[in-house]
Write a protein that binds this ligand. Structure first.
Ligand SMILES: *Cc1c(COP(=O)(O)O)cnc(C)c1O
Length: 390
């Protein structure tokens, strides 16, 4: 099998599983108790918190564990809206956010908030002039993703952070695709809140965190016990938090090496596909791009058919994002960068890990060439196009 769908989820690293196991078996204590079995859990949780804080240049007490990226995104937006509604009811985000942000914004609109959805350019970059123009006296929050999950474009986060700071507006970033993959420092980038998810960087599913800068007033999202400094109730998922910390430590330690390896395979794939498959288009920015992201549209092709045929060859990729497959709507991200519906339908995302090799990339290109040719042979649109061309 060739697995190239790491933007959907990653394999839990063996050392992460190893680190978690004792917290299912011998160290099962509730971290809120006072006997030593419980203190062992508390200590492990605090170690994970410190590891993650150090990676971000944050303080441990600014890291709040959640049950994943979607929860962190929901919390950041809903609780900020509630806490700052006295100051204003305007939120700025982009058209290419993950649904965890976009659907939360839709919900907030129903609650009386106003949301501006910024356009992006043809590479998927937020336009800074448009951001500045969208700011109003009642803007309370800017939420822009660090890197896009479909097309891999890395947003100008430092510039956005500076603009937010200059206008005294809170800045949240959904860094689920970026944390553990590329360097992030919350102070240098003026980030007030940041969401991340364990299963996107070789940690366990159902784990994540929200970084909340000291001084940001946001209320509890899950009400109940006093866990997570009274801000996120519920008995801690100790094995999950330990796994999240172990995955973060691993990601930080191996980041440079992984970035270099993935970028090589990525650029090899992009180069060969562009050179050898006609009528394709690279989606996303060519260089301001996640090391592991490849996204192409192939004209006259249905993305789903391509995926099924790749799967028959043991190759896992994605068309649009996993969350939208099953629906017939084309990806909102691809439409936002200006693709026509038929171009958006014919898209393929290959997202790499450090385990993918140049040889695997070559196999994928060879199979893809055959698949694209076969599907085009069956396409009446392609036939018309070829006839007209002649
Ligand atoms: C995967 C993803 C999420 C959701 O994270 P979960 O942990 O799966 O809830 C949010 N935002 C982005 C950009 C993602 O890629």
């Amino acid at each position: 099998m060739i697995y190239m769908d790491n933007a959907a989820t990653t394999k839990t690293a063996p050392e992460v599983v190893e680190a978690m196991l004792p917290y299912f078996t011998e160290n099962y204590g509730n971290a809120s108790t006072i006997y030593s079995l419980g203190s062992a859990s508390k200590k492990a949780i605090n170690e994970s918190r410190r590891t993650i804080a150090d990676i971000l240049g944050a303080k441990p007490e600014e890291i709040y564990f959640t049950a994943g990226g979607s929860e962190a995104d929901n919390w950041a937006l809903k609780a900020t809206a509630e806490a700052y509604r006295g100051k204003g009811k305007h939120i700025i985000t982009s058209r290419i956010e993950h649904h965890a942000i976009l659907h939360t914004c839709k919900y907030l609109e129903k609650q009386g908030f106003e949301v501006t959805y910024l356009d992006v350019d043809q590479d998927g970059l937020v336009k800074l002039e448009e951001l500045k123009a969208a700011i109003r006296p009642d803007t309370i929050l800017i939420s822009i993703m660090f890197a896009n999950n479909e097309i891999g474009t890395i947003e100008p986060i430092a510039e956005i952070g500076a603009i937010a700071k200059e206008h005294d507006i809170l800045f949240h970033t959904d860094a689920v695709q970026a944390f553990g993959q590329i360097p992030i420092n919350v102070d240098e980038l003026h980030i007030d809140m940041l969401s991340a998810s364990g299963h996107k960087f070789n940690g366990p599913k159902g784990t994540g965190f929200l970084y909340i800068r000291t001084g940001v007033k946001i209320a509890s999202f899950i009400h109940g016990g006093a866990q997570e400094r009274n801000r996120r109730a519920g008995t801690e998922n100790v094995p999950g938090i330990v796994g999240l910390g172990a995955a973060a430590a691993r990601a930080a330690k191996t980041m440079n090496e992984r970035m270099e390896k993935e970028t090589k395979v990525r650029d090899h794939l992009i180069g060969r596909i562009e050179a050898e498959i006609p009528y394709c288009r690279l989606n996303g920015h060519r260089t301001k791009r996640l090391p592991g992201n490849v996204n192409f549209s192939f004209l006259f092709i249905e993305g789903e058919s391509m995926l099924i045929m790749l799967d028959m060859k043991g190759i896992c990729g994605s068309s649009g994002s996993a969350c939208t497959s099953g629906s017939l709507d084309p990806s909102h991200v691809l439409l936002a960068i200006g693709l026509k519906h038929e171009e958006a339908h014919g898209s393929l995302r290959l997202s790499l890990s450090e385990e993918n090799t140049i040889e695997e990339a070559d196999t994928v290109v060879e199979e893809l060439k055959k698949i694209v040719a076969r599907l085009r042979d069956m396409s009446p649109l392609y036939e018309d196009f070829v006839k007209k061309g002649k």
